[in-house]
Design a protein around this ligand. Structure first.
Ligand code: ACM
Length: 539
């Protein structure tokens, strides 16, 4: 037993308090040893950081900023070599052993708290765990009085199972404010999620300012109206209200910086060659028919796709050039899904292009298109990610596959030696219903209750070790055709994203639904404190 544990036990005996309740952390850490007793955070508690480690200094300020609002305490911050760490201090220290980039250790004894990590990301995740060891009210942004800010004596060693722990947010179908995105990033960070894919372009709206092609947002960011109710319901009715918006390049820089401070990487998605109607509405020469199209006003797969002319490929590479300037992400998503080939079949220009390039058919033309983007991104030190349709007609050399039509595409890609993010509609489409459709608000369809999400296993038992190593991780999808407001977005995302976070972080052998469900009873109090409009749990 460590001395700290003995001290805890002694204090406990002296105060003769009941034993500390079990800890309820989501996602569940790799190893938790609970001992008796607790540390009480009070108005004199200080924060100390590893001297000479600037990121630890920044994280000490972050820790102070997340503990101050609810407690009202000052939390004096100083470097370790200047601090009196004999007692009542939360220490952020360097862990010299190489436990992994995102690993951390957290020890609480009655004298203080120590979070140690080899790298800054680990310190950040240790801080998230500490927030969950405190009473849920710690997550309130307003002062909460009369709460004893007790932390159970505990020894945690933790690290993530997967490197890609993601959420996709579709800001094309419904534009979401900067405030909504920041709250979303904060909530993801609490769950140790580290990736936010922004679906920035689609038929119904182009949402990112591109300086070289201003009409993409002048025209493409606005649609005249939106279908009311489910798009499959006839007769189709429209609301007659203009909808739109876009992020300026300054907005994007602000958002990327905000996410970076929370160890969330933003993966931009620029769709091609399908889901292109908003761009074609802005620049009709990018299409196949020469027709002037409106930004699309209803939902569903659309046959208006980019043409495959050299000028269009160069246009899209110009767009990507500006995207690369804004997003430091190694991974750049180019969509690639649901590109209906009808217009390419009918277009003499597309057929001539297939001949000129010596290709067999339209699938190979799509593959050529994606390969050009792969080469472009690879030359710039980035990596292409695309939906599993990019397997059709031959996979580009450096491509990472996001498997959405079940796991089939992901399995095939891993077998072929490509990296994979598992994002199957069978388990990770959080635009699907999570309960009886008769009792739930309108959704796109499907049936994806919490327990089904939780039971998803990204790595099949039939995978070889090498194939398993190609599974980078998992992602939960929030497509927003039927999600028009921040409240409804939160309702669809949480607590299903809690389940996804646990798939992404927790060792498989520690994952058990009943145990997760029990921890959620505490965890939803945290979401309450953060004013997240999660869906209430079923009994
Ligand atoms: C997708 O849901 N079309 C990726």
């Amino acid at each position: 037993m460590r001395p700290g544990h003995l001290l805890c036990a002694a204090v406990m005996a002296a105060l003769s308090q009941p034993a500390t309740a079990d800890v309820h952390i989501v996602p569940r850490p790799a190893s938790v040893e609970l001992s008796k007793g607790q540390f009480r955070v009070n108005e004199d508690t200080a924060i100390a950081f590893e001297s000479g480690w600037p990121e630890a200094k920044a994280l000490a300020a972050y820790l102070q900023s997340v503990l101050q609002p609810a407690t009202g305490f000052a939390f004096r911050v100083s470097p370790l070599d200047k601090a009196d760490v004999s007692a009542n201090t939360i220490v952020l220290a360097r862990l010299t052993q190489d436990a992994g980039a995102e690993a951390y250790e957290l020890q609480v004894d009655s004298g203080g708290i120590r979070i140690a990590a080899p790298q800054a990301a680990g310190l950040f995740y240790g801080i998230q765990t500490l927030r969950q060891l405190l009473p849920p009210a710690i997550l309130s942004d307003a002062l909460v009085e009369s709460v004893p800010w007790d932390v159970a004596c505990v020894n945690i060693e933790d690290r993530p199972r997967f490197a890609w722990r993601g959420m996709l947010l579709d800001v094309s179908r419904h534009f979401m404010s900067m405030e909504t995105l920041k709250k979303c990033i904060d909530t993801l960070a609490l769950h140790k999620m580290n990736s936010l894919q922004l679906h920035l372009t689609d038929d119904q709206g182009w949402r990112i300012e591109i300086k070289k092609y201003p009409k993409l947002t002048e025209v493409g960011a606005w649609r005249e109206e939106t279908v009311i109710g489910h798009a499959s319901k006839k007769p189709v009715k429209y609301d007659g209200k203009r909808h739109g918006g876009f992020y300026t390049q300054d907005d994007i820089r602000e958002l990327v910086a905000y996410a970076q401070e929370r160890f969330v990487n933003i993966v931009p998605e620029i769709e091609m060659p399908g889901h292109a109607q908003a761009a074609i509405a802005a620049y009709p020469e990018l299409g196949n028919t020469g027709e002037t199209l409106p930004v699309h006003t209803t939902w569903g797969v659309n046959e208006n796709i980019f043409n495959a002319e050299e000028s269009t490929i160069l246009f899209l590479q110009d767009v990507l050039e500006e995207v690369l300037d804004l997003f430091p992400s190694t991974y750049i998503h180019i969509g690639g899904d649901e590109a209906v080939k009808k217009q390419w079949k009918l277009s003499p220009a597309a057929q001539a292009r297939i001949k000129e390039l010596g290709l067999k058919d339209e699938n190979e033309l799509q593959s050529y298109f994606i390969r050009r983007m792969d080469t472009f991104l690879t030359e710039r030190g980035r990596r292409l990610v695309g939906w599993d349709e990019i397997l059709e007609g031959g996979l580009a050399k450096g491509a990472t596959v996001m498997s959405w039509r079940g796991v089939k595409g992901g399995v095939a890609a891993a077998r072929a030696g490509h990296d994979v993010v598992m994002a199957p509609n069978t388990h990770t489409y959080f635009d699907y219903y999570q309960g009886d459709p008769a009792l739930e608000p309108l959704a796109i369809g499907g049936n994806l209750p919490l327990d089904r999400v939780y039971r998803f296993r990204p790595i099949r038992s039939t995978f070889s070790e090498e194939e398993a190593a190609h599974i980078l991780g998992v992602q939960g999808q929030l497509w927003t055709e039927y999600i028009a407001t921040p409240d409804y977005l939160e309702y669809m995302a949480w607590p299903r994203m809690c389940a996804l976070a646990e798939i992404a972080w927790t060792p498989q052998d520690l994952r058990e639904y009943a145990d997760f469900r029990q921890r959620l009873d505490t965890h939803t109090q945290r979401l309450d404190a953060m004013k997240v409009n999660y869906r209430k749990l079923d009994d």
